[in-house]
Design a protein around this ligand. Structure first.
Ligand SMILES: [Fe+2]
Length: 404
């Protein structure tokens, strides 16, 4: 009864407001009022998540999205009955976050320990300069994740690439690996055709991942050339902990992720003078030059590089040839053991070539039925085993790299 009265009051208030505003409301008052009521009457809720991302190293980022602005935090601990620790999103210039896109990074986790957590968001109803009024506080279910010991004996993950706005492919391909325990899932670019809005990111990626695995197992994700396109490409990274270039160690492998950018030249008319990928790739080459000198890179039993556009074998478009020119000499110099890529939509295992790429390049397929692939990677201190399955589950590529 109380709720009905409150809705009635709001309806009457909105009616008065819309009449006062005139314009659009007067052109079609019933439509304007019902649209406003839809927003006003939506109860505060988590619209997707939580989903996990990490570079390992005893930290994890927990992300989720609410329908309204909120003050948010994560409660966590080593037992499901004792979530006694509390972590907030990163403060910027002294301000804690108070928006809809929530990202809480927890640091200083203990290696090899399973943690339990739940997300919490307190709705901000009215943000006045000297009085913030909160609404309801909502909580997610208690979930768990394992904080992997980075010096573990082995590492195991799967790669998906070139999904191109077909979320059912994510589920179908992961189903081929059902029952296997993986340390993470890696998305190697072109999961979308181009970026349009938040709804697309949620429905075509975040929600299927959250439903399938991402509450408990982290994913890593690097952009392909298609994630750089569209009117929402500049907001895209806000939905993730990381979608650019990075490096990390897990088990016997030093991983390097490169963000290969667009496939055409920056001056191509379709980019409308608002991209700068040549410079971005040059910046990454300088970073890679330093990375391959690091002891973590040199001393690792294996070095795996993951990049959407392969450093060879993907045609003569500018982005591809620029990747060859910049990265291939460094990948050879760094004695990389394996490169995992996508982009060509034709799955293939390219063996090392003494005159060009001294390392194997394994390219996953996509995006149509019959050419989609799931690439499974297991590495121990002795060898890396790669097995690529097509979407019927048949192995269509295999490679074993032994320690040099
Ligand atoms: Fe691509």
């Amino acid at each position: 009864m109380k709720e009905n009265l409150s809705k009635e009051n709001r309806r009457s208030f909105l009616l008065k407001s819309s009449i006062a505003l005139g314009g659009l409301a007067l052109l079609n008052p019933s439509k304007a009022i019902s649209a406003s009521l839809d927003n006003q009457e939506q109860s505060f809720k988590i619209i997707t998540g939580p989903y996990l991302q990490t570079n390992f190293g005893n930290s994890i980022s927990i992300l989720w999205i609410t329908n309204n602005d909120a003050s948010s935090w994560v409660e966590y601990g080593e037992s499901p009955d004792s979530l006694t620790n509390k972590a907030f999103g990163k403060s910027e210039l002294g301000l804690k976050p108070a928006g809809r896109l929530n990202r809480v990074k927890i640091n200083n986790l203990k290696p090899g320990v399973t943690y339990y957590y739940r997300i919490a968001s307190k709705e901000i109803n009215n943000f006045q300069p000297y009085k913030v009024t909160y609404g309801e506080t909502i909580y997610g279910d208690t979930e768990s994740f394992a904080n992997l010991n980075t010096s573990k004996e082995d590492v195991s993950f799967v790669m998906l690439n070139d999904i191109h706005d077909r979320p059912e492919s994510i589920l179908h391909l992961l189903d081929l690996d059902k029952g296997n325990k993986r340390d993470f899932v890696f998305f190697n670019g072109d999961i979308f055709d181009y970026q349009t809005d938040e709804k697309q990111i949620i429905e075509h990626f975040l929600q299927p991942c959250t439903d399938y695995f991402a509450k408990n197992i982290p994913f890593l994700y690097v952009r392909g050339n298609h994630e750089t396109r569209g009117k929402f490409a500049r907001e895209f990274s806000s939905y993730f902990d990381q979608v650019g270039y990075t490096s990390f160690t897990l088990g016997p492998v030093r991983f390097v992720i490169l963000d290969t950018g667009e496939d055409k030249e920056d001056t191509h008319p379709v980019y409308a003078d608002i991209v700068d990928f040549d410079q971005y790739r040059i910046e990454q080459a300088a970073w890679l030059e330093e990375e391959i000198q690091k002891k973590e890179f040199k001393n690792a039993p294996f070095r795996i590089v993951m990049m959407h556009i392969p450093p060879r074998y993907s045609g003569d478009a500018h982005g591809a040839t620029h990747c060859t020119e910049l990265f291939e000499p460094l990948l050879n110099k760094g004695k990389v053991d394996l490169v995992l890529s996508g982009h060509t939509h034709q799955y293939k295992v390219h063996s090392p070539d003494k005159t060009s790429n001294n390392y194997p390049i394994i390219i996953g397929g996509g995006s149509r039925d019959g050419s989609r692939t799931l690439t499974k990677i297991n590495a121990t201190k002795k060898e890396i085993q790669v097995s690529m399955l097509d979407d019927s589950g048949k192995e269509v590529g295999r490679y074993v790299a032994s320690r040099k």
